[in-house]
Design a protein around this ligand. Structure first.
Ligand code: FE2
Length: 269
């Protein structure tokens, strides 16, 4: 696969238009809708927010690394479940046959090897809803804060399943910001999750760019790239599928929040 690796080194991201076929976008959206209709939230709606650490003590979240679990929008009130979810995570790619098949296509493996992965492992998958009107903001962060290896190898494949633009909360990034240090780590201490500051260097004051992406576009995100997304105040949804890879050559510590004690991580095979 031909990639503009010079641009990736310079910017910390790559935007690959038409990476996922319309049929595969349809299949992921239909499968997510089926999972949602089979989901019974019961009396407790578990909220996930990167700002609110209240979820951190929640076992439901803590054990979701090896499961398919559902997380609600902070601003959800009386919406039906299908319009109230923030995301589904975090092992769709291993536990659901449709997500497994689409995540492990040859051109995904080819992309990972073109990026320099020697032993790619599919660590985390998320179906992101960014619902009309209530889709929450995701603040500036580096993915290596949440998924940490030594050396850092985490890389995101973020795929637009709806057209994503400034109106419905597309990705925003600070080009070149991946050359700065990792600022924080979110990690396990016993049963608790803590956010630790490693380096207080502020984000670079380069102007943020909007990574507008038409349906089927895959955005590669370097694990140290500062990125964010605005709330979705539009009437359109902004669904996306995000897959995070690490390299099996690097060390993945037991203090990462995402642990998979029951079944091992797999690559593309
Ligand atoms: Fe992220």
């Amino acid at each position: 696969m031909k990639l503009d690796l010079a641009a990736y080194d310079r910017d910390g991201f790559l935007v690959l238009k038409d990476f996922l076929s319309a049929a595969d976008c349809d299949a992921l959206q239909a499968r997510a809708a089926d999972l949602v209709s089979a989901f019974d939230p019961g009396p407790v709606r578990t909220v996930f927010s990167t700002r609110d650490q209240g979820h951190a003590r929640d076992r439901y979240f803590r054990e979701s690394g090896g499961a398919i679990r559902f997380f609600f929008e902070e601003e959800a009130t009386d919406q039906p479940v299908a319009l109230a979810l923030n995301k589904i995570g975090h092992a769709l790619h291993d536990l659901d046959p449709v997500f497994d098949r689409i995540s492990r296509q040859a051109h995904f493996a080819g992309l990972a090897s073109a990026l320099g992965f020697r032993q790619p492992l599919l660590l985390q998958s998320m179906y992101l809803f960014k619902q009309p009107h209530i889709g929450g903001e995701v603040g500036w962060h580096q993915d290596a804060t949440y998924l940490h290896t030594r050396p850092s190898t985490v890389t995101g494949f973020w795929i637009a399943l709806d057209d994503a633009d400034r109106d419905n909360g597309c990705l925003m990034a600070l080009p070149g910001g991946h050359r700065g240090p990792l600022r924080q780590r979110f990690r396990r201490v016993g049963e608790a999750m803590v956010t630790e500051t490693l380096d207080a260097t502020p984000w670079p004051d380069t102007p943020p760019v909007a990574l507008e992406a038409s349906r089927g576009t895959l955005v590669v995100l370097h694990g140290l790239l500062p990125h964010a997304s605005a709330p979705n105040r539009s009437g359109r949804s902004r669904q996306a599928y995000a897959l995070h890879l690490i390299d099996g050559c690097a060390e993945y510590g037991l203090d990462n929040w995402l642990q998979r004690p029951d079944f091992p991580l797999r690559g593309f095979a």
